[in-house]
Design a protein around this ligand. Structure first.
Ligand SMILES: [Ca+2]
Ligand SMILES: [Ca+2]
Length: 115
């Protein structure tokens, strides 16, 4: 019985650790009206900031983006360039959305399409 309680408590603790909330926009280091891309998870190491609008293709250092903040009213799509194949999306940011880590899609984007 006692062991059961310990196991339940451990499971709850692990679940709490996994449920990492997206930081509030006010905490993200990206100015209002801009999209910012970062070299590392957690919005560290800014690679690019832009306030381009719909239709723009915004360049970023190849294969480095791992997090981003979208403080624009537009949709930003991270695109990976492929040899002899169409570009493929590796991340999408809705207006106002922050993504603290792209996981296995990180370190692939070569430019962003703004929609
Ligand atoms: Ca990186
Ligand atoms: Ca790439």
């Amino acid at each position: 019985m006692r062991l059961g309680h310990v196991l339940v408590a451990s499971a709850v603790a692990v679940a709490g650790l996994l449920a990492v909330p997206t930081p509030a926009l006010a905490d993200a280091p990206c100015d209002g009206g801009f999209f910012c891309a970062y070299d590392n998870p957690g919005f560290q190491g800014e690679l690019m900031r832009s306030n381009e609008g719909p239709g723009a293709k915004v360049n970023v250092a190849d294969d480095r983006t791992e997090s981003g903040v979208n403080n624009t009213p537009y949709v930003w799509v991270a695109m990976n360039r492929r040899f002899l194949l169409p570009d493929v999306p590796v991340g999408i940011w809705l207006p106002g959305q922050s993504i603290p880590g792209m996981g296995s899609f990180g370190n692939k984007a070569d430019h962003f399409d703004v929609n």
